[in-house]
Design a protein around this ligand. Sequence first.
Ligand code: 5AD
Ligand code: SF4
Length: 437
Amino acid sequence: MSDTKTDTPKKLFIKTYGCQMNVYDSERMAESLEGYVQTDTAEDADMILLNTCHIREKAAEKVYSELGRLKPLKDLKPDLKIGVAGCVAQAEGAEIMRRQPAVDLVVGPQSYHRLPQMEARLREGKTALDTDFPEEDKFAHLKGRTGARRAPAAFLTVQEGCDKFCAFCVVPYTRGAEVSRPAERVLREAQELVERGVREVTLLGQNVNAYHGDMTLAQLIRALGKIDGLERIRYTTSHPNDMDDDLIAAHADTPKLMPYLHLPVQSGSDRILKRMNRSHTAESYLRLIERIREVRPDIMMSGDFIVGFPEETEADFQATMDLVEQVNYGYAYSFKYSTRPGTPAASRAQVDPAEADERLQRLQALITRQQRAIQESMVGRDLSVLVEKAGRNAGQMLGKSEYLHSVHIDNSTAQIGDVVPVRITRAMTNSLTAREL
Ligand code: 5AD
Ligand code: SF4
């Protein structure tokens, strides 16, 4: 039953798919909708928003299946409003409402600052569609981060969009051209987050290290480092070609910058990298990591890989396996190539799907071996943990190490938001156990 009293907040359920930027966007959308409180059950909601991902085919299809599941809810509760936001909204636009008439609202990632006006249209019984790339800066039209106390680790978008046009990727089409937020606004938002209990920010951008909002990313990181109460800084995702000397230097000279770097390479074969339009080679990537490790030997490397890209041969795939062996990743995300309509690679000769599956399994087995070995090498080491929540067992707290591993601290006296020194006592499959020092 929807609420008819105007002074009782309505309930908003947001389901977020895809990347960390979508997590950030969902928070900002929720904050922008005054008169709503968030609920974590769709059945309770007056409005359901799906914040969607279009990066791979499966991600997009999931959205239509979810909409199909939500339709009966709307049949029972005709006042329920259903909206689709994010990259599927951007890519599909009005097609979503044609395919699923239960949808009332479609809003793209660059126009969600207009959600309050769109919601007003819904209250008049109309539908609302906005997939513009507006002139105005959406961030300038969103309220400050002045809400309730927050979890200690937060995302903060500093850059959006991509000008790189990798041949497989929809991002330049769904998120648009590279845009950087002014440094002063980012600093203000970080300050607001710190005032609400945040101790760690992860700066987000599709090409975060191409940030050029009147400072470079390295300069922005150093400026953030001066904010009292902000203990940790991370950034993601970076492109190898935008990893400049000063950013590498920041890993040595800025103690609050955590020793973790997500630096996707996608393939270890120069022939495939060229076909992907990556404009770097396997060798230049390996050399870059060497230079980073010269200044920060303990840096934890993370990467993304695509297997079964059109025309990939067994020899090309072996080159990827060799590169992974050489880098030794703490984390790596690998995907089977997924054809994205409108991208240059979509019309090329596809690799046999069974072959691609088999390669993916081999790559993932290698990555898992590396990750486990690195995790086990943490046992006996003294690390620091940002405490994020209580653990499952009594007296146990749960947080993240500087290398982003999840750490359970036994018999802890720490509070949420503390950064505590610990000694790692045990490595489990997906986390570490520690005691406080
Ligand atoms: N198919 C498979 N994986 C893809 N990625 C991007 N586009 C595709 C695609 N068409 C992967 C890349 C990227 C990560 C976010 O998703 O590895 O770095
Ligand atoms: Fe996509 Fe390539 Fe841009 Fe990353 S750098 S968002 S993979 S086009």
